[in-house]
Every structure is written in C-alpha cells, then in structure tokens.
Design a protein around this ligand. Structure first.
Ligand SMILES: Nc1ncnc2c1ncn2[C@@H]1O[C@H](COP(=O)(O)OP(=O)(O)OP(=O)(O)O)[C@@H](O)[C@H]1O
Ligand SMILES: Cc1ncc(COP(=O)(O)O)c(N)n1
Length: 278
C-alpha cells in the first residue's frame, strides 16, 4: 500500500482559524498530506490583532514533539511562531537528532503588526534552527531583521536571500517580495543560484495567514517528495489562488481561502450532496 505523506507543524494558535497551526493543518489537508500539530504558544488573536499569548512549558513542548516522533515519523516539519530563545533551543535540540526536511517560517510580527517573538530569539534562530533547515521563508521585514540591513529592491532581496543562506547554512531561502514590486515576486536562493517566482497581486486586505499557508504548502510538497524548486512553484500557485478567491470573513484582515484550488470540485460535491438529501 502507498504510504500517505505526513507533515508536522510546530507553531502557535489562532482561535479564528486563519493563521498558525490552523492555517497549516488546513493547508496540509488541501495538499493531500496527513497533518499533525505541536502547539508552541496559545494565542488570543483574531483578524483584527493579537490580544495576548501564553507559551507552553519547555517540558510540554518536548513531550508533544516526542509523542509525534515516537509514533508517526513525519515526512516533513515546518516551524512557525516560536516566541523565546529557550523554545528555539528546545526545538533545535530535538530536531537535530532527526533526519527530516524542515521549513522554517521565521514568524516575528503578525499581519496586524503585533509582535509574536521576543527580540533575543532572532539570534538563536539563526544559530540553532536555520542550520538544520531545508528552506527559510522570511518576508521582507523578517529578512531585514535576519541580515540587519534594509531591503528596497529585488536586487537587495536577492542579496538578502544569499546572505541568509551563507551566514546560517540553511539550504535555501525564499524572500517573499512583500510590496517591493507591482507583482507578488519572491526570490529563491539555493545551490548558488537565484530563481524568481512571480504572480499577479490581488488588491485585498484579507491576507491574514498568507505566510503560514505558503510555508505549510512548501512543507507538504517536500513531504510528497518534491524538490525545493517544485515545492516553491506549486506552493506559489496554491497561495495565489487562496488569496485571489477571498472569503471576506471577519472584521479585520480576513483569512485566505484554503480550498480555492479545488473550488470547482467542491461545487460538484455540494451539488451531489443536495441530490442525495433530496
Ligand atoms: N496581495 C497579494 N496578492 C498575491 N500574492 C500575495 C499577496 N500578498 C502576499 N502574496 C504572496 O503570498 C505569499 C506569502 O506572503 P507573505 O504574506 O508571507 O509575505 P509578504 O506579502 O511578502 O509579506 P507582508 O504582506 O507581511 O509584507 C508570497 O508568495 C507573497 O508573494
Ligand atoms: C500563531 C500565529 N502564527 C503566525 C502568524 C502570522 O501570520 P501571517 O501568516 O499573516 O504572517 C499569526 N498571526 N499567528
């Protein structure tokens, strides 16, 4: 029998379901991978902003990760919100014993502008977590913090991606173009080469969870055996559709539409369900 690829996210929560582990699990499901989740922090947030968060204890973090690896060994792992240097150290010390593709989304600030990470965490993320990773997925402001310089053009984004790879020894880095250009252009650097991934930009404020969703899709694709370039390319299509087919849910920056890529198919399913009910 063919083995179902499984993916683990290690990240924070969003009770409104648009970001964090909730976005990750929805994405894994849509990418036909079996999704698993270890909670780092319980976050009281919604589409309008972050109200508060509590970190789980280091013991609980370790026990959750061990419970997963002792039972269902994941085909890929992604990390999202990791608030403290101690949590980075704990996660790195557990993952360095494993042999699994790792996507690190260096979550620092939510779309709403609220901080999700203590300042001192950045250095440890560079020293302990990124060296273990297959790919890092910073947006422009996260890349600026990682390299300690501002980025104002695609050329500077290319230099940033290269610098992150060379300084941290992460295998690949994709710097997400943010609002540098008219199109949504991301720069991948790996194996000494750059590649640009561009898609039309949707004019929308509903981008809560875009970074989580994009990195979760990359992890699910890596779990399915895709190369880094293939995983990024397919995930770019996934996130572009998810942003374009907006849901307009919530009072603030609404979530993306995780089922956008199968919209046609799901319409058919709903149609059939109605016939069955009738
Ligand atoms: N409005 C948009 N339309 C189309 N693609 C987008 C849009 N916003 C983001 N993307 C794409 O979605 C993916 C995830 O982006 P993410 O939100 O993490 O980064 P960003 O847009 O660069 O960051 P930020 O908006 O926080 O500055 C990237 O591929 C990015 O290019
Ligand atoms: C728990 C958690 N993790 C990450 C984000 C960032 O979300 P975005 O993908 O919008 O940058 C968030 N708002 N909450």
């Amino acid at each position: 029998m063919k083995k179902v690829p499984s993916v683990l996210t290690i990240a924070g929560t969003d009770p409104t379901g648009g970001a964090g582990i909730h976005a990750d699990l929805k994405t894994f499901q849509e990418c036909t991978a079996y999704g698993m989740a270890v909670v780092t922090s319980v976050v009281a947030q919604n589409t309008e902003g972050v109200r508060n968060y509590v970190n789980v204890s280091l013991e609980m973090l370790e026990e959750q990760i061990e419970a997963v690896f002792d039972d269902i060994y994941p085909d890929a792992v992604k990390t999202g919100m990791i608030a403290t240097p101690e949590m980075i150290e704990k996660i790195a010390s557990l993952l360095e014993k494993e042999d699994v593709p790792l996507v690190v989304d260096p979550v620092m600030v939510a779309t709403s502008g609220d901080s999700l990470m203590e300042k001192e965490t950045v250095q440890l993320m560079k020293e302990r977590l990124l060296p273990l990773a297959t790919i890092a997925t910073p947006n422009i402001s996260e890349a600026e913090i990682l390299i300690g310089k501002s980025i104002r053009s695609l050329k500077e984004a290319e230099e940033a991606a290269q610098q992150i790879v060379e300084e941290t020894k992460v295998k690949a880095t994709i710097v997400k173009g943010g609002h540098l250009t008219e199109e949504a252009t991301d720069i991948l650097y790996t194996d000494g080469k750059w590649e640009r991934f561009s898609a039309p930009r949707t004019e929308t404020k509903h981008t809560h969870g875009t970074g989580c969703t994009f990195s979760a899709a990359i992890a699910a694709k890596l779990a399915r055996g895709r190369s880094i370039e293939e995983a990024v390319s397919e995930s770019k299509t996934f996130i572009t559709n998810a942003i374009a087919e907006t849901l307009a849910i919530g009072k603030g920056n609404g979530p993306v539409n995780h089922w956008a890529s199968r919209l046609k198919k799901s319409d058919i399913v709903v149609e059939n369900a109605r016939q069955l009910e009738g």
